[in-house]
Design a binder for this molecule. Structure first.
Ligand code: F6R
Length: 625
């Protein structure tokens, strides 16, 4: 949802800004722009489209100057176009602004500014800010930014430059991430994500909400909204930038699907020990912490063990992982769980009391709704835990304790490998609590541990079927609607399979609990409606029930594509296409059944000629509401 970068130092800012923008492109890719100041003169280049279009433009224009801002956009207000691309400038053209977030009161501010004679040249909410800074500017950029911020409602990360103070960048954060990079010899950077600046420095400062920073080659100064100086901790980035390459794969998404044997293993590595029959999750070590309500409580694993109720908060694919967590925690541990869409939870009176522990699940760690819901849960006195992939992200920092997924950067916009890592972490926690509470005996812990360690090679086996899955996708690529049905642990997989198909193939698909079909969706079944059943063998009666659901579809001429257990001959007979997966413990089957559905969506999108890694209208990190 928009990526920001800024540079001030002694080098040419443009290549540094462009390089950073490439790393931020996952945040939005409908238009991009760059501004730099050289010899007290501001130059701006912007275009519709991707960073590569901007790079082409820059090659022609030869932009120089050692202070610069860049932006990659995911449209909120105003269509993707050159006119709406950032940076936006004030009437005089002297103030340039890049922004990530939404200014909610932009309409009233625009009217106010227009009444004062300001002329707007875009449809964006962001442009307001350039005009507001201009309105308040009387020779002090920092002061003008502070005064402008006082009028703005909504979420933002802003970075501002001014031709009259060409030696400064002023940036501010409320609700959208911003990190300051402290480079060598008077070099400073600002970005939405440290990955954009880590090539230049590992010394960073994470800006908190309501903080404003002024960067100059002589140093930086962080202030709060009242312009009072704030002492900030300089942190050292210890992670290394993953080699962001496709490693010979045609798309990041395919590479990430194929990485799953390794990423699932990495989620368990150093945490689950076969030899010692032990599970350790360092990030969940319990500490006594003061909570917002003035109480002292233990965080981490203790908060899960003692919880009378768990609320899981997430969005999209991470929400589907949360739903599997609910089934695991309730079935195995008998702890009541609710899984909330973060966007709903934050605006309703979701019940969180002192006996509730709240878990946020997020790949990016920056999803605005999830972050806001966690903040809300904290104000109500809850212990919060974050299961997050991105180290140092806002959710990781906001929660009391948590577990990192260790899945490495996920670049493909559709989440794949981080989903299986999330499910794996939830399985580890189930096992850990089950062991601690003596719900799962040692023998069973051994069996489950064995099963977990088998998962990577079982996924490997499924990945070998990619060509068969492609052939199935070919047979069904002209259908316009799909139904995905599953039960128990595989109901969330039906939702996830349908989401993957929707987001990258642009084919309408619905996920349902299989037995719900007869309460409505069955009316849709005819020869034009392929139904994907996740119908693996189970220890309970669910499998038999699913077979009946398949028969119901077949008797109405529906087309059945089944994800079934290896060796199941019956399913072969009743289905039009079958993809088999190895057998495992029931609660671990989602780790296997999701892979064929990821590949199915991938091949379908490719066959239809879509941009798999950057599907239309989507962005990787949803930092706006
Ligand atoms: C789907 C997808 C999205 C995200 C959702 C939450 O493939 O990627 O549905 O899962 O936007 O994002 P995170 O996990 O970063 O909070």
């Amino acid at each position: 949802m928009c990526g920001i970068i800024g540079y001030i130092g002694s080098k040419n800012a443009t290549p540094i800004v462009l390089e950073g923008l490439k790393k931020l492109e996952y945040r939005g890719y409908d238009s991009a722009g760059i501004a730099s100041i050289d010899k007290d003169k501001m130059s701006i280049l912007k275009c519709k489209g991707r960073i590569r279009e901007l790079s082409n433009l820059v090659k022609k224009e030869h932009l120089t100057g050692s202070v610069g801002l860049g932006h990659t956009r995911w449209a909120t207000h105003g269509e993707p176009s050159e006119r709406n691309a950032h940076p936006h400038v004030s009437c005089s053209g002297k103030v340039a602004v890049v922004h990530n977030g939404i200014i909610e009161n932009y309409a009233s501010l625009r009217t106010l500014l227009e009444d004062e004679g300001h002329k707007f040249s875009s449809d964006t909410d962001t442009e307001i800010f350039a005009h507001l800074v201009e309105k308040f500017y009387h020779g002090n950029l920092l002061k003008a930014v502070h005064e402008a911020l006082a009028l703005v409602e909504g979420a933002y990360a802003f970075a501002v430059m001014c031709e009259d103070e060409p030696d400064k960048i002023v940036a501010a954060r409320f609700g959208s991430p911003l990190v300051i990079g402290i480079g060598k010899k008077g070099e400073y950077l600002i970005a939405s994500d440290p990955i954009a600046i880590v090539a230049h420095t590992r010394q960073v400062i994470y800006l908190a909400d309501n903080e404003v920073v002024m960067l100059q080659t002589s140093g930086y100064r962080v202030t709060d909204r009242d312009n009072v100086e704030v002492e900030k901790e300089v942190e050292n980035i210890t992670w290394s930038l993953d080699k962001i390459s496709k490693d010979g794969f045609s798309h990041y998404m395919l590479k990430e699907i194929f990485e799953q044997p390794q990423t699932i293993y990495d989620a368990m590595r150093g945490r689950l020990s076969k030899e010692k029959n032990d599970i350790r999750l360092g990030g969940l070590e319990s500490h006594l912490k003061w909570l917002n309500k003035g109480e002292k409580k233990t965080t981490g694993l203790d908060a899960l063990i003692k919880a009378k109720r768990i609320v899981i908060i997430a969005c999209g694919t991470s929400w589907h992982a949360g739903l599997i967590g609910e089934y695991m925690f309730e079935n195995v541990l008998h702890i009541p769980v609710e899984v909330e869409y973060a966007s709903e939870a934050r605006y309703r009176n979701f019940i969180v009391d002192k006996d509730t522990t709240v878990i946020a699940i997020s790949q990016s760690g920056e999803t605005a709704d999830t972050l806001a819901a966690i903040k809300e849960a904290k104000t109500r006195g809850a212990i919060t835990l974050g299961f997050v992939n991105t180290v140092g992200s806002s959710i990781a920092r906001e929660t009391h304790a948590g577990v990192y997924l260790h899945a490495g950067s996920e670049i493909g916009v559709a989440s794949t490998k981080t989903f299986t890592s999330q499910v794996c972490i939830l399985a580890l926690i189930t096992l850990l609590i089950g062991k601690k509470k003596r719900i799962i005996d040692d023998k069973r812990v051994n069996t489950i541990t064995e099963a977990l360690f088998n998962i990577p090679q079982q996924v490997e086996k499924i990945l070998k079927k990619t060509n068969d899955i492609r052939e199935i996708a070919k047979r069904y690529m002209d259908f316009n609607n799909f139904l995905y049905l599953g039960r128990g642990y595989n109901f969330p997989i039906a939702l996830e399979g349908a989401l993957k198909l929707k987001e990258i193939s642009y084919i309408h698909a619905e996920g349902y609990p299989a037995a719900e079909m007869k309460h409505g969706p069955i009316a849709l079944i005819d020869k034009n409606m392929p139904v994907v059943f996740i119908a693996t063998d189970t220890e309970d009666q669910i499998y038999q029930k699913i077979i009946s659901n398949i028969q119901e579809v077949k008797s109405r001429e529906g087309q059945v594509i089944a994800i079934a257990s290896e060796g199941n001959e019956l399913i072969e007979k009743v289905s039009d296409a079958v993809i088999t997966v190895p057998k495992t413990e029931d609660f671990l089957t989602p780790l296997l059944t999701v892979t064929p559905l990821q590949l199915f969506a991938y091949h379908m999108a490719l066959l239809k000629g879509h941009d798999v890694d950057k599907p239309r209208n989507l962005a990787k990190s949803v930092t706006v509401e």
